[in-house]
Design a protein around this ligand. Sequence first.
Ligand SMILES: [Zn+2]
Length: 406
Amino acid sequence: MLAGNISDRSLKYNMENTEKEAMATNPKTHLDAETDYDLVRLFCRLASTQSPSLFEANVARYIKEELRRIGVKTYSDKSSKYTKSNTGNIVAVVGKGKPVLLFVAHMDTVEDGKKQIKPIIKRGVIKSDGSTIVGSDDKSGITAMVGALSRLKGRKDIPRSIFVFSTAEESGDNGMGISYLKLKEAVDFAFSVDGSDKPGTFIKKALGFGEFNIKIRGRAAHAASKPEKGANAIKAAGIIIAKLNIGKFKNGSSLSIAKISGGGTTSAVVPDGAELNGVVRGFNVSDMRGIRKHIMRVVSQACIVTGCKYKISFSEKNSAVPFDKPDEKIVALAKLATESAGLRFNLKDLYSPSEVNALYGMGYNALGMCRGGRNAHSVKEYVEVKEIYETAKLLTYIITMARNIR
Ligand SMILES: [Zn+2]
């Protein structure tokens, strides 16, 4: 059962339970102190609306409805033509003038949508019933963005701020919905509102990764009477594995071999075929290039020694970034807003793919912005109510303080 088929009845049941639970805890703590807007109710509604990658339409519809209620116009872009999702990215634009800000949170989750997600609130923490994720990745990001829009409602003094609710982040790699976003204006500062860490923690770059495949072609010969006439592909594969620097390097990049296969037609012949599959990960383009060169060198030498032929193919799944340090101005803005909001500023790298690299790929100055939550992609996932409100607050500070950065 996919997202479109979740029964309304089960959703109603969930919402009633969730609301009752929220009321029983402490109704006051669940309302935005500034607007009386209930972000917890919104989060739970979004979480119980299943949205596996490429089936984000139900969540998209709900976000559009909610923003219409607040008085914010939205449109759906044309990215579904390329991603094949059942919706485009949802875009809302508020404010006027420079600098132009972009905020992105993804609508899809890792679950396949077969099991209904039932958010439960207990002592200020939202989690699932233990059989599914709760979808804080990235529905707490979406909730905080809607919360920020509700706080900024009617303000005429804020710079142009583009809010994008994107598709296919979890499945897409380089095909993420955000990669197909077309904007008319140049963006000065872009934030991917995603990342399971305390609000105030920003991600300066995420790990890029690419897969590779090595095909080794040897020569069959009788293994007992004329082995010297053969070229042993398994021996070449063995040398390659022994010589490759498999593991993690000091700069955070890594090389792994994930699969090996091969052999000859019978045990009587020298094996003439072998294949290796692996992954290269790295934080920037030159680190990844360095590892690729190392692989080519090792494979070529092993094949010279054994008399085999080879073919290597690399495919990039999530682009690495072309630099070592992010733009100083966006870091200054993140720090100023975080400290003004009374939170602790922290800057780190992320060891998994993220939309932040896609934003760099689009030519923007970008940072990932953590939105709370822990244990993403697992049934132990949870998010603190406090973190959702802190993220919403931080977003409003980034927007209202952006003009202080020159
Ligand atoms: Zn995410």
